[in-house]
Every structure is written in C-alpha cells, then in structure tokens.
Design a protein around this ligand. Structure first.
Ligand SMILES: [Zn+2]
Length: 258
C-alpha cells in the first residue's frame, strides 16, 4: 500500500512529495490574488525578501491551484443586495490572459453539437486536472488533462443564477480569422480598395500588396481570447467565460441566456 502525506492539521499542503507549501502561504497567495497580485509577483517578492531561490512560479501556481481545488469555498457568485437575478449588470473583458492557442489547437465539436455544455462536469474535471498535477511525473501524460475544445469548455455561472447545469457555449459558431481571410481574397479590386480606405491602410500598389496589408491589419486587430465577466454594480462576479477567440456579443449572449 502507498501512503501519501496530506495532513492539513500540520498546516502543510503537500503538492507532489517534493514541494510542500505552508497553509498560511497558500492563504497569503489567495489574498494577494484578491488584491490583483499574481503568484508570479508573490514568488518574486519572496525570493527578494528571503534571498532563497524558490521553485519556478508556474510550479508554485500549480501547487496553489491544487490547494484551492481541494478546498471548499463559500463564495456564492451572488450579491446580497442585488439578489440572484441582478436588474443591472456590468460586462467586462480581461485580455491579459490571452491564450497562445490558434484555431487549429482546439478540438472541433462533433456534428450534432448544439452549443450546450455541462458546467458542473467541466469545472469538476478542471479541478481534477489541478489535483492530478501533483501526482504525474514531469513530462508524463496526464490522464486528467482537459484539452481545449468548444464542446466541453463551459462558462461559470453562480448556482442560484443559472437555469440549470446545462449552459450555452456557442463559440464554435464564431467566424475565424482564416474564414475572414478566405472571404477577403474572394473580393473584387474595388471592394479591396475601399476596405483599405476604411481601415486607414495604404491603398497603393498591386492587388496582392493590398491583400497582404489588409491581412496584417486583421491579424493586429484580432485578439486571441480572454475572460468575459458579468458582475453587479457592487462588483460581485456572477459569471465568467474563458473564450479562445476574440470576444464578441455572442459570449455575453450565451451567459445571459444561460
Ligand atoms: Zn450587488
């Protein structure tokens, strides 16, 4: 039989039998995140203060996330003043988390997929991935890894606010950059000329010069995704959605309809 030390009563969190975090460090990291300080910065600060070299920040982040995945949380994603269905909401976008994924890295949904995903299943499997990281040797395949896909990734919406555990993610219907480029290349010369004017792109040169400039412009404008957030005017977050491609009204419509 295999015994793994995981005694929180000793105020320690064992990540992978090598890296063991003090529970008060885990709680400090949590509070720092709540005042917008990343784990990366916290590790940098600790190294400067103690003069001791820490494991890479990414490893500390994984250890901390494992701690959170094993912790019960009381946050309800609902504001006591606004109730479960706030009459006024604020929608925001966080782009800093832009993922380096391209459309080709994301698993295509099966043909019969209608944009309905199970929120509990998705977040439960994400928690399992966070926990399993401490058990899988470096470089080995993690059976619990959750690959990015349109038909499994789900937004988070507070339990009392959502209709049910089945929520919408219709991101697979977004028009991709590749698709837009294909359409652009089919356009007539005069359309391309006027597109250049509208986008304030230099419109002299051959057709292929103009197409190249427009493609570059498209690339610089298209974001690679981020987090869509819905909160009440008091600042309580009701729902979160991580998108692979540039956010659109579709993301917020999915959240509001769920
Ligand atoms: Zn509120």
């Amino acid at each position: 039989m295999f015994y793994r030390y995981q005694e929180w009563k000793d105020r320690l969190h064992n990540f992978n039998d090598h890296i063991i975090l003090d529970i008060s460090l885990c709680l400090t990291l949590r509070n720092l995140l709540q005042v917008h300080t990343s784990v990366n910065r916290a590790v940098e600060f600790l190294q400067l203060t103690t003069g001791i070299e820490f494991p890479p920040p990414e490893t500390i982040l994984h250890a901390y996330l494992q701690f959170e995945a094993l912790t019960d949380h009381e946050y309800k994603y609902s504001c006591p003043t606004c109730g479960d269905y706030p009459p006024v909401v604020i929608m925001g976008v966080h782009k800093q988390t832009a993922s380096p994924l391209s459309g080709n890295d994301i698993e295509k949904p099966p043909g019969n997929f209608k944009g309905e995903v199970n929120l509990e299943e998705f977040w439960e499997s994400l928690s399992k991935e966070m926990i399993s990281r401490g058990f899988v040797a470096n470089g080995r395949h993690d059976l619990f890894a959750v690959p990015p896909s349109y038909h499994f990734w789900a937004p988070w919406i507070g339990k009392n606010t959502r209709h049910s555990d089945t929520v919408l993610n219709t991101e697979f219907e977004k028009v991709t950059e590749e698709r837009l480029r294909e359409e652009l290349f089919k356009q007539k010369d005069d359309v391309i000329q006027s597109l250049c004017h509208e986008c304030a792109v230099e419109s002299t040169g051959s057709r292929s010069d103009l197409l190249l400039r427009l493609s570059d412009e498209m690339k610089s404008r298209s974001a690679t995704g981020g987090w869509g957030v819905i909160m009440c005017p008091c600042g309580i977050v009701y729902s979160l959605k991580c998108s692979f491609q540039a956010e659109s009204h579709r993301d917020f419509a999915d959240l509001l309809l769920s």
